[in-house]
Ligand binder design. Structure first.
Ligand code: NAD
Ligand code: IPM
Ligand code: MN
Length: 358
C-alpha cells in the first residue's frame, strides 16, 4: 500500500520545539506497528516566512497540502513581528476553512501524577471531550469600522451560523456522545443574552437530537458552564460549542487538569475530502520559547489522534499509554513542577512506545 504522507508544519515559537518531539514519538509508534509514514517538512505558515516574503504561505499552499493524508501542525503566531490576526488568518484559520475542518475535537483529561489545581480531584474525575465548531460562528471578517478615527467611531463584526454548519457539528457531537458509556451531551449556549443566534442554536440541538433518544442533553449558558468546568467537572462527557465558546472552554478545561501543555486537538474533515489537521491547543508561547522547557505532550498526543484518524488505533493507544506512564512516574516539564526539558520528555515517551513497560 501507499505510504501515508503527512505535512509537518512547526510554525513559530515553541511550535518549533515541540514538533521534533511529536515527530520522534509518531515515528516510534510507526516503527512498532509497521506503519509506512512519510513526513514532508514545511517551513512556511510561520512568521519567519512572512518576514522573508510578506505573506504567511506560498500561493500554491493548497495544491501542496491537498495530496497529504494529514497535516501535523505546531503553533503559529509571533505578535512582536506580525499582528496575530494577520498571521492566523493567513495560515491556521485558512486551513480550517478551506479544508472544511468543521470539527475541532479537544479531549480534556486529568491524569494520574499530575497535580490538579482543583481541590480533591483525582485521575478519572475529569474526562470529557469538547467538540468545537471550527469554520463559522463568531470567527468572521464580516464587518467594519465606520467613522474611523472620530469620536463617533462604530465597530460592527457579524457572527454567522448556518443550519448546515450547526447541524453537522451537532450531529457529530450526538454521534460521539451516543457511542460513549454515559451518553451525555452538554450544549453550550447563551440564549438569554445573545437573543437571535443562541435560541436558534438550541433549536437546532433539539432538532438534531431527535435522532438520538438515548443521549441525555443538558443546555447550559456559557457563563455557568464555565463555572461548572471548575466546580463540577464530573458533570461533563461531551460538550458541543460554537467556535468562540469552544475556544475558551478548550483552554479552561485543560487548565483544570494542571496545564494547557497537555491539551491536544484534531481539526477534522470527517468526510476526508480534505486533509485533517492535528495540533496542540496551545500557541507559540513567546514567553518560554528558546529555553527548551515547553511541554511536548500536547503535540505528542495530537500525533496519537492523527494516527487514530488515519486508521491506527493501536498506535494511538500505545502513545497514550506511554504518556500516562510518564505523567505518573516523571520526568515532568516545569509547567508540571518538574525540571525536565522538552527533549527529555520526548525521548522518555519514545522509549516507552518502543518498549512498553509490562
Ligand atoms: P499560548 O498558548 O502560546 O501561551 C499561553 C501560556 O501558556 C504562556 O504562559 C505559555 O508559556 C504557556 N504554555 C503554552 N504552551 C505550553 C507548553 N506546551 N508547555 C508549557 N507552557 C505552555 O497563548 P498566547 O500567549 O495567548 O499566544 C501566543 C501566540 O500564539 C499568539 O501569537 C497567539 O495568537 C498564538 N496562538 C496560536 C495557536 C495555534 O497556532 N493553534 C493557539 C493559541 C495561540
Ligand atoms: C486555538 C487558537 C486559535 C483559535 C487562534 C490562534 C486563532 O486559540 O486553536 O484555540 O482561536 O482558534
Ligand atoms: Mn484557543
Amino acid at each position: 500500500s501507499q505510504p501515508l504522507k503527512v505535512a509537518a508544519i512547526p510554525g513559530d515559537g515553541i511550535g518549533k520545539e515541540v514538533m521534533p518531539e511529536g515527530l520522534r514519538v509518531v515515528r516510534a509508534a510507526a516503527k512498532r506497528f509497521n506503519i509506512d509514514i512519510q513526513f514532508e517538512p514545511i517551513d512556511w505558515a510561520s512568521c519567519d516566512y512572512y518576514e522573508k516574503t510578506g505573506q504567511m504561505m506560498p500561493d500554491d499552499w493548497k495544491d501542496q497540502l491537498s495530496p497529504m493524508d494529514a497535516v501535523f501542525f505546531g503553533a503559529v503566531g509571533w505578535p512582536a513581528k506580525v499582528p496575530d490576526h494577520i498571521s492566523l488568518w493567513g495560515s491556521l484559520l485558512k486551513f480550517r476553512r478551506e479544508f472544511d475542518q468543521y470539527i475541532n475535537l479537544r479531549p480534556v483529561r486529568l491524569f494520574d501524577g499530575v497535580p490538579c489545581p482543583l481541590a480533591g480531584r483525582k485521575a478519572g474525575d475529569i474526562d470529557y471531550l469538547v467538540v468545537r465548531e471550527n469554520t463559522e460562528g463568531e470567527y468572521t471578517n464580516l464587518g467594519g469600522i465606520m467613522y474611523a478615527g472620530t469620536d463617533r467611531e462604530i465597530v460592527i463584526q457579524e457572527s454567522v451560523y448556518s443550519r448546515f454548519g450547526a447541524d453537522r457539528v451537532l450531529k457529530y457531537a450526538f454521534e460521539l456522545a451516543n457511542a460513549r458509556n454515559r451518553k451525555h451531551l452538554t450544549v453550550a449556549t447563551k440564549s438569554n443574552g445573545i437573543a437571535i443566534s443562541m435560541p436558534w442554536w438550541d433549536g437546532r440541538a433539539d432538532a438534531v437530537g431527535r435522532d438520538y433518544p438515548a443521549v441525555t442533553v443538558d443546555k447550559q449558558h456559557i457563563d455557568i458552564l464555565s463555572a461548572r468546568f471548575v466546580l463540577q467537572p464530573g458533570r461533563f462527557d461531551v460538550v458541543v460549542a460554537s467556535n468562540l465558546f469552544g475556544d475558551i472552554l478548550s483552554d479552561l478545561g485543560p487548565a483544570t487538569t494542571g496545564t494547557i501543555g497537555l491539551a491536544p486537538s484534531a481539526n477534522l474533515n470527517p468526510e476526508r475530502k480534505f486533509p485533517s489537521l492535528f495540533e496542540p491547543v496551545h500557541g507559540s508561547a513567546p514567553d518560554i520559547y528558546g529555553q527548551g522547557i515547553a511541554n511536548p505532550i500536547a503535540m505528542i498526543w495530537s500525533g496519537a489522534l492523527m494516527l487514530d484518524f488515519l486508521g491506527h488505533r493501536d498506535a494511538h493507544d500505545a502513545i497514550l499509554q506511554a504518556i500516562e506512564t510518564v505523567l505518573k512516574q516523571g520526568p515532568h516539564t516545569p509547567d508540571l513542577g518538574g525540571q525536565a526539558t522538552t527533549e527529555a520528555l520526548g525521548r522518555a515517551i519514545e522509549q516507552l512506545v518502543l518498549a512498553p513497560q509490562a
